[in-house]
Design a protein around this ligand. Structure first.
Ligand SMILES: C[S@@+](CC[C@H](N)C(=O)[O-])C[C@H]1O[C@@H](n2cnc3c(N)ncnc32)[C@H](O)[C@@H]1O
Length: 218
């Protein structure tokens, strides 16, 4: 899953993963993190997610990272915000209001940026990566997040023989493999969501579970 794959998805408007409404698990479980309003939240692989405005409504500053400047431009247009753009560490950084969105590869972010975040919100981020890259992703979060940092993780699981990813299936055992060495993991919810994912049904899925986990860095 190289950068070209994702950049082409945005260029060709093949963004079936995008949702106009904020995620139900985010609405339901975000209060569990009990974060002070002004805390900074990291949103890896943010796309033009409708979840970021919900986090902003909770008083948070949002640091996002996304490969595609098309996604970021669309996000700010949609929010009716005019972003300032500056360059740093090889990224274009678009800022306006509570949002600071870095355009480029997550794996090249300065570590201090992640270290300064109190929480991470992941919806459709871990599952966007194939197996090997999932390990790089969890290692990066384990290495750079400060102790007590929390992750609200919304992931998907399904029979991987029915469909090629992305999204890739990440069942509970996989979440444990990836994160248990550095995080305490609490499963908050498992919901059957195939009916709300018409595009995945068309790709051959007969069952799909969306799970929500709260991870706490030790
Ligand atoms: C499945 S989408 C999810 C987007 C968003 N989280 C949402 O809920 O709509 C994955 C996104 O990650 C971006 N992406 C993939 N690899 C990336 C990387 N290494 N660094 C930054 N962004 C990346 C893609 O361009 C795409 O927009």
């Amino acid at each position: 899953m190289d950068a070209k794959f994702w950049l082409e998805r945005w260029e060709n408007s093949e963004t079936g993963f995008h949702r106009e409404d904020a995620n139900a698990s985010l609405r339901r479980f975000w209060p569990r993190l009990n974060l002070p309003p002004k805390s900074t939240v990291f949103v890896p692989l943010c796309g033009r997610s409708s979840d970021m405005p919900l986090l902003a409504q909770n008083g948070h500053k949002i640091i996002g990272v996304e490969l595609s400047d098309i996604a970021i431009r669309m996000f700010f247009e949609n929010q009716k915000l005019t972003a300032d753009i500056r360059q740093q560490d090889g990224f274009d950084i678009w800022s306006a209001g509570p949002y600071e969105l870095w355009v480029g590869d997550m794996f090249k972010l300065p570590s201090q940026l992640i270290n300064n975040c109190s929480a991470v919100y992941d919806r459709a981020s871990l599952v966007a990566f194939p197996r090997e890259m999932q390990k790089d992703y969890s290692k990066l979060l384990a290495a750079h997040l400060a102790g007590q940092a929390q992750i609200l993780l919304v992931s998907l699981s399904y029979d991987q023989t029915e469909m090629e990813g992305p999204p890739f299936s990440t069942p509970a055992e996989r979440i444990e493999d990836l994160f248990q060495s550095s995080f305490d993991i609490e499963a908050l919810d498992h919901a059957m969501t195939l009916e709300e994912n018409e595009n995945l049904k068309k790709r051959g899925l007969t069952s799909l579970t969306e799970s929500c986990y709260l991870l706490k860095k030790r």
